[in-house]
Design a protein around this ligand. Structure first.
Ligand SMILES: [Zn+2]
Length: 74
């Protein structure tokens, strides 16, 4: 099944920043199109992510809109 990977390094772990606190990070992986936050992320406090959400790779300097990561449509 499709897994979302960084277009640069292939890392499958990403994070987004709290819009109200850029030092507050939410780590997640994306499997089969669904976002799975790290187990230490409070589910009630996790941010909503859409295609325009600025997303950062956990393995390199890549960042961009979450929609950029969507698996290519064949
Ligand atoms: Zn990367």
């Amino acid at each position: 099944m499709a897994e979302t990977k960084c277009p640069v390094c292939g890392c499958e772990t990403f994070y987004v920043k709290n819009p109200e606190d850029e030092y507050d990070l939410y780590e997640f992986q994306c499997r089969d199109g669904s976002i799975r936050f790290d187990s230490d992320v409070d589910a009630s406090g996790s941010p909503s992510i859409d295609n325009g959400t600025e997303t950062f790779c956990n393995g390199c300097n890549w960042h961009g809109g979450f929609g950029t990561l969507a698996p290519e449509k064949l």
